[in-house]
Ligand binder design. Sequence first.
Ligand code: CND
Ligand code: ZN
Ligand code: ZN
Length: 376
Amino acid sequence: MDTTGKVIKCKAAVLWGPHQPLMIEEIEVAPPKAHEVRIKMVATGICRSDDHIIEGFLKTSKYPVILGHEGAGIVESVGSGVTCVKPGDKVIPLFLPYCGECRGCTEPKSNFCRKSDIGKNTGLLSDHTSRFTCKGKLIHNFICTSTFTEYTVVEETSVVKIHDDAPLDKVCLVGCGFTTGYGSAVNLAKVEPGTTCAVFGLGGIGLSVIIGCKVAGASKIIAIDTNSTKFEKAKELGATECINPKDYDNPIHEVIQQMTEGGVHYSFECIGNTDVMVSALLSSHVSCGTAVIVGVAPSVSILSFSPRLLLPGRTLKSALFGGFKSKKCVPELVTDLIAGRFNVDSLLSHKLPFKEINKGFDLLRKGESIRTVLEF
Ligand code: CND
Ligand code: ZN
Ligand code: ZN
């Protein structure tokens, strides 16, 4: 049945308010307006950022909301004026849009498009409305994507066509986890051959940083986590040493300084914990080290350290989505994955049917999963 131009009724996971389980509800998804695209989701991954909203750490969303920002699907229909994709195309929604015109898009060193809802927190599309309703109520959109639904509507600046042969249950990880971590190493830090790296937090993001450090030719990759069950995968992906801060009496940055003659060239915080961000900074070499903040800290938190830590020459940096311009890098990384240049299989720890989404979040909270991919 042709659904073009019609309202679609489908199932979605609605978060009605913080600290609540996601509710599988029947929702209505309006047809795409001009320059919008309606997507039938095929697979979506669970990232810690979604959980931060459920737990109320991040105030980046309005409730009720449909979360999810790491997914892949097939275009169902397009609004007028859309030329970048057509019905039937395999696509990845982009939580970091690319309009190609704003300062963030045109500056070579930036990837933060003005169309991003991160920081604005409207929970709406550009025309200040949403395409989702449930039980007569408006349901908000989440950072231009909302992938925890059988159908979503995004703007053309927030979607990109990928290779026809892409396995959507795997390449959905290119929508956030893999690209954010990998890009933080190769594109943001620009890790060079022979350098030393420390990666704090071995979830989907941290393990992808390790993949990037290895591809870049780092000679030493120290993986740090308070959950030692994460070490096996970290080693498999390229970590040369794995350490658990709980096994040491002295602070972990001192341990890392001792292991690396004064500190690593590159350290990465992939947790979202401000204390660990300072540890990562202290673990980087005092005059040639770079600390990269990848994790997202709670909205109300403040990072506090002496500016003297930077004075001798340390660098502190951060970016969303590995600093990559989303529309350009996503199709390239998907093609690289199909060609076997990377492998995301070890990031994909669990697969569940979409309706078991709450079980997927439980696995993440218990530290048992890396990435759970939900299939529709
Ligand atoms: P996930 O929760 O899977 O991994 C975090 C890891 O950190 C786990 O293995 C924990 O055991 C470990 N950990 C927790 N506390 C400590 C500690 N004190 N010391 C050492 N290890 C610890 O999370 P994820 O990999 O999905 O996401 C990681 C962060 O990245 C998170 O903050 C998320 O919000 C953020 C992120 C950033 C971006 C971006 O664009 N920059 C995009 N998506 C997510
Ligand atoms: Zn994410
Ligand atoms: Zn832009």
